[in-house]
Design a protein around this ligand. Structure first.
Ligand code: PA5
Length: 488
């Protein structure tokens, strides 16, 4: 198998019944909508100005120029050669893609066993929470002089990343001395934000201090793995060109307006029909692969932040005919994503998938060929002399069967292997599907206004300067109401 495949048999009424599946003629009926949606996406992607302004510049990431990639590779190799540990600080889109790549593309138990690392550094992720339990243990045990730090924040302002970096920076400064900045790379906006200010100041004193990588404009955090995640890939020795080649291949397949040739469109369309017409509002992603669990976690952010929206989208055009997206009416849309993994979660969430409310679709990822296998010993029972990989794939088939028997719509993405090329395909499959789903739902898939309110509340309480008066007033006038009798 040369490409990732999408098997959507069990999304149809023929397999899961007319009350829970899509009828084939519903696809035919959607032809006009598909064409209109495709045309609109294509128009924005083909216009550099709109692409950047509206947040679709990620579609260009697979075509990054060789020079940029080589620069990143050189830096990655230099860090890998000189340091035993690399700590990545970041949250949301500045973390989940890297973690997904680490688990999918680095050998399992990479940090634990040095031969698996092939002389490359151990990797740690921090700054993705405000929980001191992990960070405090890490800096107590890592050797500062042997540790490199990559701080990633597009805005340069995110509380979690900022707080973690302040702690790590003072730890480095204390133990490494004046030149500690040479052990730091910052990936942030080229112009704005307090992290950028810090980078520029450190840089002007010492060109090797706080080196930084460019972040492209118009690439939102959750769509940015192939921008901010590339240094991480270079450090752990993953072939970046292969990852991008896979993404390009998927992009090419998904440039077709025909849903039967375009797996991402087909996925988005079927999910949308089932969501709108059959109320399948829960989206479970269950790879049958330990290595892909973090990719499912990454998808949770992609779907939730892109499509979970209060307002619909209204398109206006300016005097030069360029689109401006505005908020329209309140719609409160968006499927709720849940990440799971087979077979582990067959012993937990699967009970609800099969017998709970029939309000979900389950998407599996099946790996056709694994890098390693084990055989069970010849013990003489039904498990005797079996291939582990075949057992795993049989468990997937059994789960498909069990769900379909109970009229639970499900579909499967088949990955030929978990390798850089096919992982690149998988990431782009989901990104294009999400963009298309956003178009079908007529929401802005590229902003995340909902995550601002908790941030504002924290900024207000922490007295961060520059808070807009009306937001401060809203928080002040609407405090959390806690009645002691409701706390027992
Ligand atoms: O998708 C997004 O844009 C967000 O999830 C961000 O990645 C997240 O909030 C972190 O932001 P930043 O990279 O600015 O620190």
């Amino acid at each position: 198998m040369r490409h990732l495949k999408f098997d959507f048999n069990n999304m149809f009424s023929s397999n899961v019944g007319k009350d829970h599946g899509v009828r084939e003629n519903e696809l035919k009926n959607a032809t006009k909508v598909i064409q209109k949606t495709h045309k609109h996406l294509k128009k924005i992607i083909n216009s550099p100005f709109e692409r950047i302004a509206l947040g679709l510049e990620w579609t260009q990431l697979p075509y990054q120029n060789k020079g940029t990639l080589e620069q990143i590779q050189v830096l990655g190799d230099e860090i890998a050669k000189r340091f035993e540990n690399v700590v990545f600080l970041g949250i949301g889109g500045s973390y989940l893609g890297l973690k997904a790549a680490q688990d999918a593309l680095a050998p399992c138990y990479y940090n634990e066993f040095s031969p698996l690392r092939n002389k490359r550094p151990r990797i740690y992720f921090e700054g993705n929470n405000l929980d001191a339990q992990t960070l405090s243990v890490l800096i107590k045990n890592l050797e500062p002089k042997k540790t490199f730090v990559v701080v990633i924040s597009k805005s340069g302002e995110t509380t979690e990343t900022k707080a973690a970096f302040q702690i790590v920076e003072s730890w480095l400064k204390k133990h490494v001395g004046k030149s500690y900045g040479r052990q730091v790379v910052a990936i942030t906006d080229p112009r704005s934000g307090s992290l950028r200010k810090k980078v520029n100041a450190a840089h002007s004193r010492d060109a090797l201090s706080f080196r930084s990588l460019p972040l492209l404009k118009g690439v939102g955090g959750r769509f940015s793995e192939f921008n901010m995640g590339l240094l991480h890939l270079a450090i752990i020795g993953v072939d970046i060109k292969e990852v991008l080649a896979g993404a390009r291949a998927m992009l090419r397949r998904c440039s077709s307006p025909s849903v039967y040739e375009n797996p991402a469109y087909m996925y988005a369309l079927l999910q949308t029909i089932l969501y709108i017409k059959k109320r399948k509002s829960i989206a479970i992603l269950m790879p049958f692969s330990e290595k892909l669990k973090s990719t499912a976690d990454w998808y949770v952010q992609l779907l939730a932040e892109s499509l979970g929206k209060k307002y619909g989208r209204r398109i206006e055009t300016d005097s030069s005919g360029r689109e401006i997206w505005k908020k329209a009416n309140i719609v409160n849309l968006g499927r709720t994503p849940i990440s799971a993994r087979g077979t582990n979660d067959l012993h937990s969430i699967q009970q609800n998938n099969i017998e709970g409310e029939n309000n979900k679709t389950v998407t599996f990822v099946r790996v056709a060929s694994f890098a390693r296998d084990l055989r069970t010993p010849k013990a003489g029972d039904f498990l005797s002399d079996r291939s582990y990989c075949k057992l795993l794939n049989l468990a997937h088939e059994a789960t498909e069967w069990a769900l379909s028997r109970e009229k639970r719509p499900n579909c499967t993405i088949i990955m030929p292997q978990v390798n850089p090329y096919h992982w690149g395909e998988l990431i782009f499959f989901f990104e294009i599907a999400t963009a298309f789903e956003g178009e079908l739902l007529e929401v802005n898939a590229f902003d995340q206004p909902g995550v601002e309110s908790y941030k504002n509340y924290m900024y207000y309480k922490l007295r961060r300067p520059g808070m807009p008066k009306e937001i401060a007033r809203e928080i002040k006038d609407n405090p959390l109401v806690k009645k002691t009798r409701f706390i027992i």
